[in-house]
Design a protein around this ligand. Structure first.
Ligand code: ADP
Length: 248
């Protein structure tokens, strides 16, 4: 298999911290528009894998290729973000004192600058994009409200919207449903399904019901390597997966 035609291609990736192999010969391939769920017990290497993709951690060896040809191991975090790899951390970070709509506008602004953006007239295209994002993140009806007044789940959606405003090719999302109500969790699964296709999405998640609702291929990490891959039903019936979750 080669990187050609893939959105994200990791092959033989390893990283060692003080003699400890956190990532060990990891291979992961995502095609453009694919959504993949990554699961695995604590310490499996999920965060380190995301750190490697986003350039926060440099691997000791192996290939990390974006968009079929760009070698990410040679680039720093800022360059990788600019290429179109967005990351959402667990805790939502939004501008609490600004409106929902302004949060999206600020994210859309990028290099144009914050003060030039707020209050500026949007082009028709930009206005349509903001509308589309607000509908997608289920906050169209609350666009004028202050972000600080949103529920935890709604803040998570708003941050996803802010990432979408930057139009990333690949979106890495860390436990998007953590701390959400059951209804918000299922709504988040639908939201991510709507995003996939247009964007390649990697979701790190602990909540198995949520992973089941996503209905996508699952990669199980253990000790920095892929232990199993397939549908949630397939991997959850795998004895090796059961053993690592039970700590055997
Ligand atoms: P997960 O996100 O799946 O819980 P991590 O990627 O956070 O796993 O961690 C994988 C392993 O690497 C863990 O054993 C962790 O203690 C270790 N590790 C992660 N980052 C560092 C670091 N900067 N220095 C030393 N060890 C680390």
């Amino acid at each position: 298999m080669t990187a050609s035609g893939t959105a994200l291609y990791l092959d033989g990736v390893s990283v060692t911290f003080d003699g400890f192999k956190a990532i060990n010969e990891l291979s992961l391939v995502l095609r453009p528009g694919e959504m993949r769920a990554i699961i695995g017990p604590n310490g499996a290497g999920k965060t380190t894998m995301m750190d490697i993709i986003t350039g926060k951690t440099r691997p000791d060896r192996g290939q990390v290729i974006f968009d079929g040809e760009v070698d990410l191991t040679r680039l720093d975090e800022t360059d990788i973000a600019r290429l179109g790899i967005g990351r959402k951390f667990q805790k939502p970070t939004v501008f609490e004192t600004h409106s929902v709509e302004d949060n999206i506008l600020l994210a859309l602004a990028g290099k144009r600058g914050v003060f030039a953006t707020l209050g500026a007239r949007l082009s028709g295209d930009e206005a349509r994009r903001v509308d589309r994002i607000l509908r997608l993140i289920r906050l169209d009806g609350r666009r004028k409200e202050i972000a600080g007044a949103l529920s935890h789940g709604q803040k998570q959606w708003l941050e996803i919207g802010m990432l979408l405003a930057q139009n990333p090719k690949v979106l890495l999302v860390d436990e998007p449903a953590a701390g959400m109500t059951d209804a918000e969790t299922m709504e988040t699964a639908d939201l991510l399904k709507e995003i996939a296709g247009e964007h390649t999405v990697v979701v790190v998640e602990h909540d198995m019901e949520f992973v089941r609702a996503l209905g996508v291929k699952v990669t199980v990490l253990h000790e920095g390597s892929v232990l199993a891959e397939g549908s949630i039903d397939h991997v959850s019936a795998d004895q090796r997966v059961i053993d690592v979750y039970l700590g055997r």
